[in-house]
Design a protein around this ligand. Structure first.
Ligand SMILES: [Zn+2]
Length: 401
């Protein structure tokens, strides 16, 4: 994989054998993507393009260029390998810095040009955002939530400091806005348990508390992403007017219809459940639990297919950092889970690019190959619309900074 950095002085013509622009149904052949002063200036058929002597050319014949991929749900502070070791590292600054740098690097090498971090108690994702911004470490653009808004004593003590009442919710969000978080993450329910099919950890907030959180975030111009499972939890979240449902295991068709009508994003994170059975720790789960994991995965895949049919704004997110979900590396797993659910590749790729960019608040600059957009692109061998697996190893990644 070759990484190409683009800066505001870069003038570059990419001679793409094939281009998928983030929106189209198909690829276009023999296209020149002109980058001028670090932005996409033109996208034209090769025969009409005029070569300029002050623009460098890169020949990408035989490759397909597409918008860089976006993971709308990660935790940079966790590595997906060992949860306890990740937490221990938070108290060891050099080790945690190295781990964050590795997570950023792995994300970029797998073609991710932007990621949204769902939070960690130390707010390390804010640090990572800064490192990418200043060029200290190469990585995708980080859309940071800092710490999650959780309820003290409930699930998620590693995600945020915990709140107790509306006043402390407002106080936490004000502090996060002060640190200039891009979005606010709220944990509305617990995790899916594997003891009994459909069982989910208890709700964290009542309607009034959740409304307080959403109002405070929106008043500060921050979209709200919520960790939520169970129909009751999703009802609560939708009533409060959240912007995106994360996970959303066991949501209902009626809720998907509401989300489609309102334009609420859904980030279903199949990998967060399914990948547990891909790790060496799979045998830690008794057969009964493994069965529940599989059934939970299948029901989520069915709902993704339904969401696609209903026109819900689906967005790809992996929950990288969760057990068995590795930064960058596991991204393709998520795409393939959706594909096996029956969602067409082109729709999956839109969920991974143009719709994901919008969910991250970057809709005007990322997710499409289009004049005025940032040239954060990948080049892969083969046609991803025919075979998503060609995304496993991008030949080139173009990133600006
Ligand atoms: Zn998460």
């Amino acid at each position: 994989m070759k990484l190409v950095y683009i800066n505001p002085e870069t003038n570059l013509d990419l001679l793409a054998g094939s281009l998928w622009d983030g929106r189209g149904e198909d690829c276009r052949q023999q296209v020149v993507i002109s980058i001028r002063q670090g932005r996409i200036a033109a996208v034209r058929p090769q025969e009409t393009a005029v070569t300029e002597k002050n623009a460098r050319q890169i020949n990408l014949a035989g490759l397909t260029v597409l918008p860089g991929l976006i993971d709308a749900h990660v935790h940079l502070a966790l590595d997906g390998i060992d949860f306890q070791a990740s937490l221990a590292r938070w108290q060891d600054p050099p080790a945690r810095e190295a781990a964050l740098a590795r997570a950023l690097r792995a994300s970029l090498e797998h073609g991710l040009v932007a990621i949204r971090d769902g939070g960690d108690r130390e707010g390390l994702n804010l640090q990572a955002r800064e490192w990418v911004r200043t060029g200290k470490y190469p990585g995708p653009r980080v859309v940071a939530t800092g710490m999650a808004v959780t309820k003290k004593g409930k699930y998620g003590s590693f995600l945020g400091p915990g709140t107790t009442d509306p006043a402390s919710i407002r106080e936490l969000i004000a502090g996060l806005v002060n640190r200039n978080v891009d979005q606010v993450k709220v944990v509305v329910s617990g995790l899916v348990t594997f003891r009994r099919y459909g069982e989910v950890g208890s709700l964290e907030f009542d309607a009034a508390e959740l409304a307080t959180a959403v109002k405070a975030a929106h008043a500060a111009g921050r979209p709200v992403m919520v960790h939520v499972n169970s129909a009751a939890g999703v009802d609560l979240a939708l009533a409060a007017g959240v912007d995106s449902i994360e996970h959303g295991y066991f949501l209902t068709t009626a809720q998907l219809e509401t989300m489609a009508a309102r334009g609420t994003y859904w980030v279903p994170t199949v990998a967060a459940i399914a990948n547990r059975l891909l790790t060496t720790k799979r045998d830690d789960y008794p057969e009964g639990e493994r069965d529940i994991i599989r059934r939970t995965q299948e029901s989520q895949q069915q709902m993704i297919a339904r969401a696609y049919q209903l026109g819900v704004k689906l967005v790809v997110g992996t929950d990288a950092g969760a057990p068995g979900v590795y930064h960058g590396e596991s991204y393709l797993d998520e795409l393939l889970y959706w594909h096996r659910a029956g969602v067409p590749a082109v729709a999956i790729l839109r969920a991974a690019t143009v719709t994901a960019a919008a969910a991250l608040g970057l809709g005007g600059e990322l997710g499409q190959v289009k004049p005025g957009y940032r040239p954060c692109l990948i080049a892969v061998r083969g046609n991803p619309l025919e075979d998503l697996k060609v995304l496993a190893q991008p030949e080139m990644v173009f990133i600006d900074f």
